[in-house]
Design a protein around this ligand. Structure first.
Ligand SMILES: [Zn+2]
Length: 448
């Protein structure tokens, strides 16, 4: 039996993609999109439409069979496929027993673009162009199509979720909150990315981001030529990162993407800063990398403090509290001891401000959830590409909920204003999405 997305359904998905892509939604500033999605899903007649405390929108597509009810074996089978209008009620819905844990399909409301960027999708034959069309507007527009595509009676509940804070400094706050305070127990998370049709992302790339600020006593470049300089120390610390031996057995990356500091060309710098982005495809490697990098930076500070022979200018530093020492953990920490050592030599200190943290995770290619997503693509005649990326799925991995990320159509240029998607594969992508959910449900149904 074959799933079919009707032309009317595809037309609605495309129209909604255009509608939501016209709305700016920087991370943690998505309220306009939140209200629109809430209106869509209410108009669709979905049940349990609600906005949670951080601005995620939830809705239920299928209630699933109650635990005490005997699930219809055919309802959870991959073969039981029918394109029919959602009935809104499922097998055993009247029972008092709790529903089984649900399959939740999520797409993110936010974009990487500020409010100053002109939004709006422009049609160009079979293509749609504009900021966020693929990442993640068409995914948002596609979620409620599941109400039409999935079988009316499913043993496993199916919910959809539009999340805030997936991009950049949003730090996955939306999905993290959604999974910590779920409106229904969650068995599996499927993160939907608009332009990833053909990909199955089974590895969640984790990241840790630090802004490191180096502070020194400053001084005249000639008169206090032996005093430490925050800029010199920052350079030494960055150089130390370049030479780090990275953890083996995982893919990792260290990047210092931005730096700055200093007050004038003829001053020993009082302040300098740089931002470090660490990534890994396993949590153990990410933790190890994080510790090693902090150690390298602290080591560079210590070396500078040992090497310098400059005397502190107490008038400059008397009001400046020294660092508190210590490494690890979150928030702001400092390394270095005081602004002067026992011999009265000027010292530099470093402050670490955590500006991002995303957990890593991984499912094997033969994990049933990964296999379900891959099989749905293959059944549609697609070649499967297994990928690693950072998505809402990262937050699920952290708490042991199996998760994958998949797509709706193809396109490129995400995170640029030249972003585009191809509308031709949308019907196919919607069916692959529904088939993936059916296959995942069958997996869960077999192990209630
Ligand atoms: Zn995205």
């Amino acid at each position: 039996m074959t799933l079919t997305a009707t032309p009317a359904l595809v037309e609605r998905v495309v129209a909604r993609t255009v509608e939501i892509a016209a709305i700016a939604a920087p991370p943690l500033d998505e309220a306009d999109r939140t209200s629109l999605v809430q209106r869509w899903w209410t108009a669709d007649g979905l049940e349990e439409v609600a906005v949670d405390r951080v601005g995620n929108v939830w809705a239920r597509i299928r209630p699933g069979a109650r635990v005490v009810a005997r699930a219809e074996p055919a309802a959870a089978s991959a073969a039981a496929v029918a394109a029919e209008p959602a009935a809104g009620t499922g097998a055993g819905a009247g029972a008092a027993a709790p529903a089984r844990p649900a399959v939740v399909i999520a797409a993110h409301l936010d974009t990487v673009f500020g409010r100053d960027v002109a939004h709006g999708a422009v049609g160009d034959g079979r293509y749609l162009r504009g900021p966020s069309v693929g990442d993640d507007s068409i995914a948002l527009a596609s979620l409620s199509a599941l109400a039409e595509l999935l079988p009316a009676d499913m043993a496993v509940p199916v919910w959809i979720l539009a999340t805030v804070g997936e991009e950049g400094l949003g730090n996955l706050i939306g999905i993290t909150t959604a999974l910590a305070e779920p409106r229904t127990p969650v068995a599996t998370l499927v993160a939907l990315e608009g332009n990833w049709l053909g990909r199955v992302c089974h590895t969640a790339v984790g990241s840790v981001r630090w802004r490191v600020t180096i502070t020194g006593p400053g001084g005249h470049a000639w008169e206090r030529a032996d005093a430490p300089s925050a800029v010199h120390t920052a350079a030494r610390a960055i150089d130390a990162l370049v030479g780090i031996t990275r953890p083996t057995g995982a893919r990792t990356a260290i990047n210092v993407g931005r730096m700055g500091g200093g007050e004038s060309i003829n001053s020993r710098a009082i302040s300098a800063w740089f931002e470090v982005d660490l990534r890994a495809d396993s949590q153990a490697a990410l933790d190890a990398l994080d510790a090693t990098v902090r150690q390298a930076i602290s080591g560079a500070i210590a070396t500078d403090n040992t090497d310098n022979t400059g005397t502190a200018d107490t008038a400059d530093t008397a009001d400046t509290p020294g660092g508190t020492g210590g490494t690890g953990g979150t928030g702001t920490t400092s390394t270095g001891t005081t602004d002067t050592d026992a011999a009265g030599r000027a010292q530099v200190t470093a402050t670490f401000d955590e500006i991002g943290r995303r957990p890593a995770g991984h499912l094997a290619v033969d994990h049933p959830i990964v296999a379900a997503a891959a099989d749905a693509l293959r059944a549609a005649g697609r070649t499967v590409t297994y990928t690693a990326a950072s998505t809402d799925a990262n937050a699920a991995h952290r708490i042991g909920i199996p998760a994958v990320a998949i797509g709706v159509t193809i396109g490129e240029g995400e995170h640029t204003e030249a972003e585009w998607i191809d509308l031709e594969p949308v019907a196919e992508g919607l069916c692959v999405l529904a088939d993936t959910v059916i296959r995942i449900a069958a997996t869960l149904g077999a192990n209630p």
